[in-house]
Design a protein around this ligand. Sequence first.
Ligand SMILES: *Cc1c(COP(=O)(O)O)cnc(C)c1O
Length: 461
Amino acid sequence: MTKFLAADLSAAPAGEFSSSGAVGSCQRHSTRSCPSRQPLSQNDHISLRHARSHFGKTLRPAWLPAHRREARTVFGSRRRTQAPASVFPHSPDEGPTLKGAFGHEVGRRPWITGDECIVGLMKDIVGADEKEIALMNGLTVNLHLLLLSFFKPTPTRYRILLEAKAFPSDHYAVESQLQLHGLDVQKSMLMIKPREGEETLRTEDILALIEKEGDSIAVILFSGVQFYTGQLFDMPRITKAGQAKGCFVGFDLAHAVGNVELRLHDWGVDFACWCSYKYLNSGAGGLAGAFIHEKHARTVKPALVGWFGHDLETRFKMENKLQLTPGVNGFRISNPPMLLVSALHASLEVFNQTTMSALRKKSILLTGYLEYLIKHYYGKDKVDRGRPSVNIITPSHPEERGCQLTLVFSIPMKSVFKELEKRGVVCDSREPSGIRLSPVPLYNSFHDVFKFIQILRSVMV
Ligand SMILES: *Cc1c(COP(=O)(O)O)cnc(C)c1O
């Protein structure tokens, strides 16, 4: 909307406006009281009045540095506020702000450095140094950007190893990256699946495959926690094994971040990416994260560059001589999206009132309690013949899972899910046959788990 107004007004000849030069002045007159004006553009202005009412009238002087407090109305390429005032996040220090273009530099979270202002709140959640983390884009976009730099196939080392049942977006990302290099997808996409009759991967099998095929693998990409089965992979061992064979090792942490303890730096992981709208609660499409280990800060460069990868010191000199920020921060392309930064900031502040190790301690007990009750009432060996049973396909060892348990029912999953939902349970049904249940330590209690079991009993009769 701002763009449209800007184009409209700048297209009008200079003589169009009153001598004070204030764009708004002509709007106070109707066509009739202002007969000397050209009627066409007059009418244009009048017809836009309803739009104008959605924008703030003045800037809040308290926001501005002293020398700028006189500003009342903003013109120029970023005139007025960037969006209707009603959509700005309200927070105690910002109020329903009308910062205009000044917002780029003022306040607790200036728009230019909004992402950098909150990255410190992410570091303990993923176990990395601030400089190794960038908050940007969406998850799959980040995966692509990272693969563009880490996947450099040669005639002998040209494959990407991933799970056979990787999340579809990751699967497509890998497939399209291979195609981008003109590689045969069949030959280059090495997929590992569980043994016949098993639901999850054995670490020993992953390590054996890396040992056997590692010389032809350029990149190993695993999830941290598998989205469907809830299996937590042994990231340090996979990293070590892959790197010993000369591969880069990266992780998609969508279901791991905010769920299990991560030590990306100490494990020596080459790269990682994650979204912020699963355990990190920032809302679908929220601001995603990317990690590149500091050992690659000066050697691994972005394939695609934008102005936010340019060093902040000289970024706004507009000289078009790239001074690339080292490491993952050089991978940033655009302005941080402030509305998404705000949502993530709110969530990360809650996380930082506790620690991942405290959350994980409670999580292990909560999920253990849920598992115990389900097995007690619905384990195959516990129910009478002919009665419905539940099979948990998630690994039973706490070190091989996070919050989530994936339940497979002996009766149709869809009807169970519908009945649970009707009774107020928020869980997730996922094709082909699983119901994913995640008691989250940040807001679920042992009583919630107990209540769930009671509800399940009323559904399973
Ligand atoms: C949720 C999820 C995604 C979603 O990707 P977006 O780019 O955020 O839409 C991708 N991969 C995995 C493993 C996920 O769990």
